[in-house]
Design a protein around this ligand. Structure first.
Ligand SMILES: Cc1cc2nc3c(=O)[nH]c(=O)nc-3n(C[C@H](O)[C@H](O)[C@H](O)COP(=O)(O)O)c2cc1C
Length: 230
């Protein structure tokens, strides 16, 4: 089958688009407003933009009334947000934190989550998340969609501090993703657990490998493996 989204001619009962780009990681974003109210919400329209310096983005749809999401407004006003890793062990809390509640109601309390203050701002982080990225707000790009609901604030942040629970660092010094069991979105109301990794390296000549390693050694980032890998 094929269809054209702008023609609204999809023959399937539910839109398949969001199942065509999977699995999508979940940016579990914590932030605070100018009164200090804390906020936590999951965003699967998200990802890494670049690695040097490390930068991330998440995309917050407007409400049908035109109101913007607290996570986007807070990041802009306060200048900081935290990307907490969403895991299978925390999946119910992730879901509860997506509830639409007044700004002065804490999703941390609603979901019964322990929190710890970020190092670089007053933003609370999810204590039991194995990985947290403290992000300094960089910019907002409003991408106009069909109506308010299709319109998004694309929030970009630079990762200034990375926290990883030592329990999930392997003896070889790698992040134990299969042990962490992150969750990701699959379209509809479906999720997957990441617990089945495999490795492969892009083939390259020794000469190219040497050049790549020299470039990576000169940057703030260490090579991921012997070769360049993203
Ligand atoms: C797994 C998951 C992923 C979500 N992804 C997005 C997203 O990418 N963009 C968005 O606007 N809302 C997304 N939502 C809905 C928001 O989490 C929800 O609207 C939340 O209440 C926004 O909170 P805020 O106004 O406190 O920022 C998602 C919900 C779930 C459960």
């Amino acid at each position: 089958m094929k269809y054209d989204p702008q023609e609204n001619n999809c023959p399937l009962p539910y839109t398949p688009f969001r199942s065509c780009v999977v699995p999508r990681p979940i940016a579990w974003i914590s932030s605070i407003d100018d009164k200090g109210n804390e906020n936590l919400a999951p965003f699967s329209q998200c990802g890494i933009i670049t690695f040097d310096p490390p930068m991330v983005m998440f995309s917050a749809n407007h409400y049908p009334t035109g109101q913007r999401k607290d996570s986007a407004v807070n990041a802009e006003k306060n200048g900081w947000f935290v990307w907490n890793m969403a895991t299978e062990a925390l999946k119910d809390a992730v879901n509860i934190s997506a509830m639409i509640v007044p700004s002065d109601q804490s999703e941390f309390e609603l979901a019964g989550l322990a929190k710890v203050k970020a190092d670089l701002s007053d933003v609370p982080m999810v204590k039991d998340s194995p990985c947290q990225l403290e992000c300094r707000y960089v910019s907002t790009t409003v991408v106009q969609g069909n109506g308010e609901l299709g319109t998004v604030d694309v929030i970009i942040g630079e990762v200034i501090r990375v926290h990883i629970n030592d329990d999930y660092i392997t003896p070889e010094g790698r992040v134990d993703i299969d042990g962490i069991r992150p969750i990701a979105r699959m379209g509809y109301i479906d999720y997957t657990v990441i617990n089945n990794s495999f490795s492969m390296e892009v083939p390259m000549t020794e000469e190219i490998r040497k050049i790549m390693n020299e470039i990576m050694a000169g940057s703030a980032n260490k090579p991921v493996t012997a070769g360049e890998e993203k």
